[in-house]
Design a protein around this ligand. Structure first.
Ligand SMILES: Cc1ncc(COP(=O)(O)O)c(C=O)c1O
Length: 341
């Protein structure tokens, strides 16, 4: 099977497992796990922030960020295709009592200043919820792994701050965005208040995501993580995987992008498939299929390729460290057969 469902299917390499096995550990609920402490310091520094907090998953890290930046009854502005809106089971509403208000930002889910201005509330506290937070996503998963240019990110963050909002960046694939733009991670996070940085996507770790932000906000984030059941003990074993990945997997993400670009080129214009190659900037390829997506996926599985549906006629393919260029070459032919009328 060639598994192109997601970069989350990546398994720890023998070298990563060796680093995990050798990790020095302590009780992280007492902040006594030296490996977790090192990972938090390292990620905070890479992202140019004061502090970081190790969470079990990106879903928890995003939820911690929203809970830290809002109060019940407030609202969060978010792109209509955002992960936090589609795939996190309404956690912010269930736990935080906040509502999500959508905008439609085709450019990697990143709104213009004018778009944000059009969402400005009239400051009528008798009727309107207070808008507390803007959530961005970089790279943008449902918009095909696309990357918002630095100038657009800065425009959105600045406009949000001028409106009195905090800004959170779901950077589950921030390393992919940095590789695409050829900039350091901290260039992408300079204007935002908090970040979710995932270790378990293209970086190939078995688990883990970091909330990243100011030292003050970390105090609140730490309380929310504990309330959500995310206080872990000798979790340096997982943090060691993260430290190893920062050295060995982060620098190789562009290889996944090359495989995705190749796949998009092969599949563009074949019978039953359309691909907008402009949007294939990182490791995600969205195929618009003439046949229903689920039929294409079922046929592809019979032929030996695993894919996911992103809409009734949209199929997602994701390249990652566990598929080689040869695998992608074979997958292209099989997907072509699966999608043909
Ligand atoms: C953009 C984005 N944000 C957040 C998450 C959630 O991460 P996790 O699966 O670790 O909860 C994902 C997972 O795929 C994602 O793609």
């Amino acid at each position: 099977m060639i598994d192109l469902r997601s970069d989350t299917v990546t398994r720890p390499t023998p070298e990563m497992r060796a680093a995990m096995g050798a990790a020095e550990v302590g009780d992280d609920v007492f902040a006594e796990d030296p490996t977790v402490n090192r990972l938090e310091e390292r990620v905070a520094e890479l992202l140019g922030k004061e502090s970081a907090l190790f969470c079990p998953s990106g879903t928890m890290s995003n939820l911690v960020a929203i809970l830290t930046a809002t109060s019940p009854g407030e609202e969060v502005l978010v792109d209509a295709e955002a992960h936090v809106l589609h795939y996190e089971l309404g956690g912010a509403a269930v736990v935080g009592g906040v509502q999500m208000r959508n905008f439609d930002a085709p450019l990697a889910g990143c709104p213009t200043a004018a778009q944000l201005e059009s969402l400005r509330r009239l400051a009528d506290p008798g009727h309107e919820p207070r808008t507390a937070l803007l959530c961005l996503e970089q790279t943008h998963n449902r918009r095909g792994g696309t990357v918002a240019p630095l100038a657009r990110l800065q425009e959105a963050s600045q406009a949000a701050h001028e409106m009195g909002l905090s800004v959170h960046l779901d950077g589950a694939r921030l390393g992919n965005a940095a590789a695409h733009l050829g900039v350091p991670l901290c260039a992408l996070t300079a204007g935002v208040d908090s970040v979710n940085f995932s270790l378990s996507k293209g970086l190939g770790c078995p688990a883990g995501s970091l909330w990243v932000g100011s030292r003050d906000a970390r105090t609140r984030a730490h309380i929310w993580r504990k309330r959500l059941g995310g206080g872990m003990r000798q979790v340096g074993i997982l943090a060691a995987a993260g430290l190893w990945a920062l050295d060995h997997q982060l620098p190789r993400l562009a290889e996944d992008h090359a495989k995705a670009a190749w796949l998009a080129k092969e599949l563009a214009g074949v019978d039953g498939i359309k691909v907008d190659r402009e949007t294939v900037q990182t490791n995600i390829v969205l195929l618009q299929t003439a046949r229903p997506a689920q039929e294409v996926i079922d046929r592809a599985e019979e032929l030996g390729v695993l894919l996911t549906a992103f809409g009734p006629h949209t199929v997602r393919c994701v390249t990652h460290l566990d598929v080689t260029q040869a695998d992608v070459g074979r997958a292209a032919g099989l997907i072509q057969r699966a999608a043909a009328a």
